[in-house]
Write a protein that binds this ligand. Structure first.
Ligand SMILES: Cc1ncc(COP(=O)(O)O)c(C=O)c1O
Length: 491
């Protein structure tokens, strides 16, 4: 075989999308890296969020660009249109929802992954081995068998859906994939504090959200095992078929952790699939002092969690681990003729990762996880987990001695729910306004939720950069915004 060049063939000058001048692109790339490292290094000193003015939003309404503006102009557009109005979850005073902060090594890994442009659906290639190693590390972290299977996915919402589909095929047999559920009255169980993506997974799996029974919780927001047991019996008596219990390790509202060992025993006794939604709680496995809180997770049939939350890997990086690879394969393996697996050549390396989940083309999200874990070490992530729980305790302690504030839930882990209460009238409305005032001033970013029917300010310490001063600034901001609003209302 030889490659010949015809000097006269203009097609030989075809450059595709590569630059004429690699040096120019290299200089631009260096500038981007310098700018983003400056951006991260200075994040503490910037406001958290800036609302996009109408003029900036309007800049996104231009028509499809047909002619080249050049990489420099595209980068300028990023700097003027995108960078100033991002959500700000790299900032240590961002405490809304459950957002991770990412990390600088993970950012650089994204550049490397983009350079390789690997497709991890399958085939015989080193990036697939990276993902397999990440799954083995995950199983090791959770105490699951070394031969467990798994996959990196967008996030825990997708990981929970994968788990429901695996459990569905386990209960109904692989023919459910060709025949559908055919009216099977399968039902599953989770605490009423479970994340909304858990019933949504039941919806997408064809059972409907009502087939996910929302079980009452105890004073610590953990699933009530007695109520759960009674409901399973009642469902069986009514002709339904229980097939799965979803334990929560770190509930989104209060960080509550179900009694996983008790749920595992109940699943064994009742022959049910035991899945754990450990979206952020999985990382407790790395904590030197709080690992015991997720005792029993090692008994799960499957665990869903995120690297992009408490493990600080850049978005998106969710993970599903399944104890028995045969069950995951039974739910997803495919054998299209154009995806033939071979003993030799690039089409080797079976089973392919596309046999374990819904996606065929899959990006190299494993690299940022792999490099983050190597660069910092798993123990450092465990320290971050402990530090953020300590910060939550510090915030709770300040709130508890402040008469104008009221705490409305136990601080199980890293989440504090409280509200400004030194006012007459509609406290729900007042606290919604306080949160929006603080966000719009760029001071900090709490979010809200409902606890026992009351709207509360919710601060989740997920960000690895958070310090005591950030905790104090959020509490100070709430007190000041509350004072201003009540003074205004009184005058
Ligand atoms: C307990 C729990 N489960 C599931 C999810 C959904 O995870 P993701 O946003 O990665 O899909 C979250 C998100 O905060 C969560 O806290």
């Amino acid at each position: 075989m030889s490659v010949t060049e015809d000097d006269d063939d203009p097609a030989d000058d075809w450059r595709g999308l590569d630059p004429e001048d690699w040096g120019e692109l290299r200089a631009l790339g260096h500038r981007m890296i310098d700018d983003m490292i400056d951006h991260l290094a200075g994040v503490r000193d910037r406001r958290v969020w800036r609302k996009m003015p109408a003029s900036a939003r309007e800049a996104f309404r231009t028509r499809l660009p047909h002619h080249p503006a050049g990489a420099g102009a595209a980068y300028d557009a990023f700097k003027s249109q995108v960078l100033p109005y991002e959500l700000g979850n790299t900032n240590p005073r961002f405490m809304g929802w459950v957002h991770g902060a990412g990390n600088p090594v993970g950012m650089l890994a994204e550049l490397l992954a983009g350079g390789l442009n690997a497709n991890l659906g399958g085939r015989d290639q080193s990036p697939v081995e990276v993902e397999r190693q990440v799954i083995r590390w995950s199983a090791e972290m959770l105490g699951l068998p070394a031969e467990s299977s798994g996959l990196l996915v967008t996030g825990t919402s997708m990981a929970n859906l994968v788990a429901v589909l695996v459990a569905r095929a386990h209960r109904l047999g692989p023919q459910v994939r060709s025949q559908g559920i055919r009216g099977a009255r399968l039902c599953a169980y989770a605490s009423r504090d479970a994340h909304s993506c858990v019933p949504r997974a039941m919806d997408m799996a064809g059972f409907g959200t009502e087939a996910m029974r929302a079980i009452a919780t105890d004073a610590y927001h953990r699933i009530d095992i007695g109520v759960l047991r009674a409901r399973i019996q009642a469902d069986r008596a009514a002709g339904d078929t229980p097939f799965m219990i979803v334990g929560t390790a770190g509930s989104v509202d209060t960080g509550a952790i179900d009694d996983l060992r008790a749920l595992a025993a109940l699943c064994r006794e009742q022959s049910l699939w035991f899945h754990v939604d450990a979206a952020f709680g999985a990382m407790l496995a790395l904590s030197p002092t709080r690992k015991h809180l997720i005792d029993g997770i090692d008994c799960a049939d499957s665990v869903a969690f995120d690297f992009h939350k408490w493990a600080q890997v850049p978005y998106d990086s969710g993970c599903i681990v399944v104890r028995d690879p045969a069950h995951q394969m039974a739910a997803f393996a495919q054998n299209a003729s154009y995806l033939r697996r071979e003993a030799r050549g690039m089409a080797g390396g079976a089973p392919w990762l596309c046999d374990l989940g819904p996606d065929l083309s899959r990006g190299f999200r494993a690299l940022k996880v792999w490099m983050t874990l190597q660069a910092y070490g798993a123990d450092r992530i465990g320290d971050v987990v402990d530090h953020s729980c300590d910060m939550a305790q510090a915030m709770a302690a300040r709130i508890d001695v402040e008469p104008r504030l009221q705490r409305l839930a136990p601080v199980n882990l890293n989440i504090v729910c409280f509200r400004y209460c030194d006012a007459a009238g509609d406290l729900d409305r007042l606290n919604v306004d306080i949160v929006a005032d603080i966000q719009e001033a760029g001071l900090a970013a709490p979010s809200t939720t409902i606890i026992d029917g009351k709207l509360v300010i919710r601060a989740a310490m997920v960000n690895h950069r958070i310090r005591r001063v950030d905790v104090d600034r959020l509490v100070d901001a709430v007190l000041e915004a509350g004072r201003r609003r009540t003074v205004r209302a009184a005058s």
